[in-house]
Design a protein around this ligand. Structure first.
Ligand SMILES: [Zn+2]
Length: 286
């Protein structure tokens, strides 16, 4: 399997880990966009991070990471749904030749949204800081939760990958000093991972290399695929958001309005009548 996330647990410690590797799904996201190489790699890191963080969501829903700064990119978005499907996009400014996180994104905000299929979504905001997406996310966990979390991300133009370690609430180990010792030990070993190992080594091989002396349990991998969540109803609703006057004038100018999905490139075509039909159908309770 080339696209998957895989959880592992250390026996006798309250630490969990997650590994993600993306290839076809990452290629699917960047295909047809002609992103500069550094932008594609940054998007690869966002996609990997969305899977690592999304892997903790147990309900039907999605996790979205969105960065907006004053750098060369207007926005970067990556989304992972609970079924392992991902999508993402980078919107470029006028000139893009930056090679790293700081130049591409500048100063701004990273927004993490967790959106259940039913119920209220919640958002967390964190400044674009520390010179990498991993540093931003670690800062978020430091600020907002008591769970120690470390993230390593990597991407070339073919593959993207990542590793997450997270301390779990006290359950097996009660001694605070032992908890700190175990956590630091796990992190020091994970810190020896080279970026290319996150891309080249299968999860089990990497874990064997890092934690040969530790008893760990590796769960079975979950597949990750590129799949867009756009739909005719969502697109119709987005069209309506332009306002009644604007929509009226569009249909006066042309018989058919085409709305393209910027994530997957799919075109949705509406006539005045078909738009009304979709909106009406959308109002019927399931
Ligand atoms: Zn789409």
């Amino acid at each position: 399997m080339s696209d998957y996330s895989q959880r592992f647990l250390f026996d006798d410690t309250d630490i969990r880990g997650e590994i993600v590797q993306l290839e076809a799904s990452y290629q699917g996201v960047v295909a047809d966009h002609q992103y500069p190489s550094a932008v594609a790699r940054l998007l690869g890191e966002f996609l990997s991070a969305s899977v690592l963080l999304g892997s903790t969501i147990k309900f039907d829903g999605r996790l979205v990471l969105q960065a907006r700064g004053d750098g060369e990119l207007n926005v970067v978005v990556a989304e992972c749904r609970h079924d392992g499907s991902i999508r993402g996009i980078a919107r470029l400014g006028e000139t893009v030749d930056g090679q790293d996180f700081a130049a591409l994104l500048g100063e701004g905000t990273l927004v993490m949204t967790v959106e259940p299929a039913v119920g209220k979504s919640y958002q967390s905001l964190v400044p674009l800081t520390g010179g990498s997406l991993a540093a931003c996310l670690e800062y978020y966990f430091q600020q907002s939760e008591q769970l120690m979390t470390k993230i390593w991300l990597s991407a070339d133009n073919h593959r993207a990958g990542g590793l997450l370690l997270q301390q779990l609430p006290r359950q097996l180990v009660m001694d605070p000093e032992a908890r700190v010792r175990q956590w630091e030990h796990a992190v020091i070993l994970a810190d020896t991972t080279r970026p290319e190992e996150l891309l080249d080594l299968a999860a089990e091989t990497l874990l064997q290399r890092l934690y040969a002396a530790e008893p760990i349990r590796v769960q079975s991998p979950s597949p990750v695929v590129f799949s867009c969540s756009c739909s005719v109803t969502r697109t119709a609703n987005a069209l309506v958001l332009l306002g009644k006057d604007e929509v009226d004038s569009l249909f006066t100018e042309m018989p058919e309005v085409v709305m393209g999905c910027e994530f997957c490139g799919k075109d949705y075509r509406f006539t005045r009548a078909s738009l009304a039909e979709v909106l009406l159908a959308g109002e019927v309770p399931h």
